[in-house]
Ligand binder design. Structure first.
Ligand code: GBH
Length: 498
């Protein structure tokens, strides 16, 4: 009795460390609006939304979105309501550099971010800034974007400017958000801007240039800014969990291959001791390329010099984690374009029907998802500091403000994060996706991730706290996940000191 009681109590009282950073996240194109305000240049998402509207589910654009460009003070007020330690947002490259190059700086764009950062700092909210969340200046895309070997230099110039202008106040930097979505979906496929759809080489060449660009920016930061600014710089990779369907050797190997194709190709060059691409991928793509009649591998190898340049270029590993898949060597296979990265690894993925669906087809509630992903990364990459830079749950626009399933998801994910911490994972923070409803890329406004609902029909883009906001606020405040906590009512307030 006594022992049982103690254990139960212990489990309930598991605390997040007092220096753990709780926050919420957004990205520029998804919330800002002001797409051409005050000298902002066109980005690849402006171009997609304005010329390929048929590719967006509800034919909507991010022209106004949640109008954070005009509402940033209200956003900071919401951070204070939630009691957040940090807020993750991204800079729109073309707001600062309209044509992408440092030859033409748009001071009004710099001012917007200065205002946002200063407003957050007034209330002790740490800015966690993503330099690139998918909105490349169109003028750089006109030159090939990530496929141009000059890309790492363009990016380094932009990053240096950001460190110069904001680094006195920003101490946490993320170079890129989700290389997989940038390269696999945008260059290898068609589902994200710039819709290049070069399935054979798009993912791989974009990936290599992205990694080189990341390393350049990191090294610039470490050499020229870190000594005086004392911040940290990392990269955010989407690491969903891919486990084996059965415990057979074949399925274990299949799962490893799929993990490499999903995120290993971006993580391995930066975080592994060996450096360069995952060796299985190198071998498979080289072999298949020759069979397919290519003169060289479709995977551009890193030179030894490049490998060394890239290795270890991180202060932390940013993880965007949402869900899990089970991988099979022989079952559940679907046709992929040939050649393409998924045809290269050629495995099947499956999700049990018992895993609860969200409004997004790709997002289901999987058991131990955060724990499985983080403990795997810890073992594989020698336990670097981790931040969960995104995690959250989607519902349809008409779902009620009492968002009980989202609450179940957040509590489960945060419990899973505590399990990971107890297993030794060096997890330092957690950002909920998202602070508020926003433009969900080609799904437009048909998918809602916000702790705050946004009324996109209203001129003010009125924000209203969902029930999940109250639950998250309580967790942030107490550092404990109380499964029984219920807010007294649905009126938000700001605690003293926030
Ligand atoms: C993040 O991407 C983004 O960083 C953020 O901008 C976005 O709003 C948020 O998540 C919510 O989507 O199963 O083949 O259809 C999440 C990454 C997006 C990766 C969906 C997988 C579906 C691929 N995931 N994508 S598929």
């Amino acid at each position: 009795m006594l022992i049982g009681g103690c254990l139960a109590q212990q489990k309930q009282e598991r605390h997040f460390p007092s220096d753990f950073i709780f926050g919420a996240a957004t990205s520029a194109y998804q919330v800002e609006g002001g797409w051409n305000a005050d000298g902002k240049g066109e980005s690849i998402w402006d171009r997609l939304a304005h010329t390929k509207i048929q590719d967006v589910l509800d034919q909507s654009t991010g022209d106004i979105a949640a109008d954070t460009y005009n509402n940033y003070k209200r956003d900071v007020e919401m951070m204070r309501e939630l009691g957040l330690d940090a807020y993750r947002f991204s800079l729109a490259w073309s707001r600062i550099l309209p044509d992408g190059t440092i030859n033409n700086i748009n001071e009004a764009g710099v001012t917007f971010y200065n205002n946002l950062i200063d407003e957050m700092l007034k209330y002790n909210i740490k800015p966690l800034v993503t330099l690139y969340h998918w909105d490349l200046p169109q003028k750089l895309q006109d030159l090939g974007g990530f496929m141009n070997p000059l890309f790492p230099e363009w990016y380094e110039d932009y990053a240096r400017l950001a460190f110069e202008r904001f680094g006195d106040r920003v101490k946490l930097w993320i170079t890129f958000n989700e290389p997989r979505e940038i390269c696999y979906e945008g260059y290898g496929g068609y589902t994200k801007a710039p819709q290049v759809n070069r399935t054979d080489i798009g993912t791989y060449h974009c990936g290599k240039n992205l990694i080189l660009a990341h390393a350049k920016a990191y090294r610039t930061y470490v050499t020229h800014f870190k000594p005086t600014q004392n911040g940290e710089c990392g990269i955010t990779i989407s690491v969903n969990w891919f486990g084996p369907l059965t415990d057979s050797k074949e399925d274990e190997y299949a799962a490893e291959l799929r993990r490499q194709a999903e995120w290993g190709i971006y993580a391995e060059p930066i975080f592994s001791e060996e450096g360069g691409w995952p060796k299985e991928i190198s071998e498979i793509v080289a072999k298949k390329s020759i069979e397919q009649g290519y003169k060289t591998s479709r995977l551009p190898e890193f030179t030894n010099e490049e490998k060394k340049f890239v290795q270890g270029t991180y202060d932390f590993f940013g993880v965007n984690h949402y869900s899990s898949y089970l991988v099979s060597a022989n079952e559940h296979k679907v046709d992929h374009p040939v050649p393409s990265i998924l045809a290269d690894v050629d495995v099947g993925v499956y999700r049990p029907p018992a895993w609860m669906p969200s409004a997004s087809t790709w997002l289901v509630m999987a058991p131990n998802s955060v724990y499985n992903a983080l403990t795997h990364l810890m073992r594989k990459y020698n336990n670097p500091p981790f931040y969960i830079t995104e995690n959250g749950w989607s519902e349809h626009p008409e779902a009620p403000l009492i968002d009980n399933v989202r609450i179940i998801y957040y509590r489960a994910a945060l419990n899973s994060a505590l399990d990971a911490i107890e297993a030794g994972v060096n997890l330092k923070g957690y950002m909920a996706w998202s602070l508020l409803d926003n433009y969900e890329w080609t799904e437009g406004y048909t998918i809602r991730f916000g702790l705050y609902q946004v009324d996109f029909e209203s001129e003010q883009r009125t924000r209203t706290a969902r029930k999940s906001a109250f639950i998250y606020k309580q967790i942030v405040k107490t550092r404990v996940i109380d499964p029984d906590y219920e807010p007294d009512n649905m009126t938000m307030w700001i605690d003293e000191g926030h």
